[in-house]
Design a protein around this ligand. Structure first.
Ligand SMILES: CC(C)(COP(=O)(O)OP(=O)(O)OC[C@H]1O[C@@H](n2cnc3c(N)ncnc32)[C@H](O)[C@@H]1OP(=O)(O)O)[C@@H](O)C(=O)NCCC(=O)NCCS
Length: 184
């Protein structure tokens, strides 16, 4: 389970060589448009370390994405456990962040489908959720493409963002095991 393979992608543990390109994408204002701020090199490295620990411990997590044909690192997709309080917690989230050069190829959707298969398969989950700032339409399109559903009543204000922050309002999507089985 530690590594997943799709038609075009390898979803793997993180390597030392990912640190520089990951820090570069986390510092890119286009990639971080729907986040409160770009991430520092230290924060970026810390996320890699936490991802590797999670994948080692549970067999699933936010996997580094590599294009199989070229060996190029392009970002991450996978499963994680949000660390804040909200009406839907406890939950497992499916999420993605790709370098700008990799957008527009269907890579996030392809990897997210593999992450759902891992979550509902070997990981034994019954539901997987996803959420993002209301402004983040590309991310919402990934959620829709992988069969997640949206009920406005579930949308929420992110508790880590102050009232009035441009990103505070979040849309919430979910998919149950039964819905996922129906999409296969
Ligand atoms: C969210 C994000 C991963 C979406 O990337 P994306 O490239 O739009 O999504 P996908 O990888 O699924 O690619 C789908 C696009 O590729 C196109 N595409 C091209 N070739 C394709 C192929 N062979 N297969 C499938 N789609 C293909 C699709 O038409 C679609 O474009 P559209 O949305 O304009 O119609 C990306 O915008 C990103 O990394 N953003 C910054 C980080 C972020 O906000 N993360 C989410 C936080 S909640």
């Amino acid at each position: 389970m530690t590594e997943l393979t799709t038609d075009r992608l390898l979803m793997r543990q993180w390597r030392e060589s990912d640190r520089e390109p990951f820090a570069a994408m986390n510092a890119d204002p286009a990639v971080m448009e729907h986040f409160p701020a770009p991430r520092s090199r230290e924060e970026s490295d810390d996320l890699i370390d936490r991802n590797n620990l999670a994948i080692d411990e549970r067999g699933w997590g936010l996997w580094a994405l590599e294009v199989r044909e070229t060996g190029q690192f392009i970002g991450f997709t996978g499963l994680s456990v949000p660390s804040f309080e909200a009406h839907f917690m406890p939950a497992v989230e499916v999420g993605w962040r790709l370098a700008k050069e990799a957008w527009g190829n269907g890579y996030a959707t392809e990897a997210a489908r593999a992450a759902l298969a891992c979550g509902f398969g070997p990981a034994g989950l019954d539901e997987i959720v996803s959420f993002t700032a209301t402004t983040n339409l590309p991310s919402q399109r990934v959620m829709q493409r992988i069969g997640m559903t949206h009920d406005e009543a579930d949308d929420f204000n992110h508790p880590r963002l102050p009232d009035g922050h441009r990103l505070q309002r979040h849309v919430f999507y979910r998919i149950s095991r039964a819905q996922w089985e129906a999409t296969k």
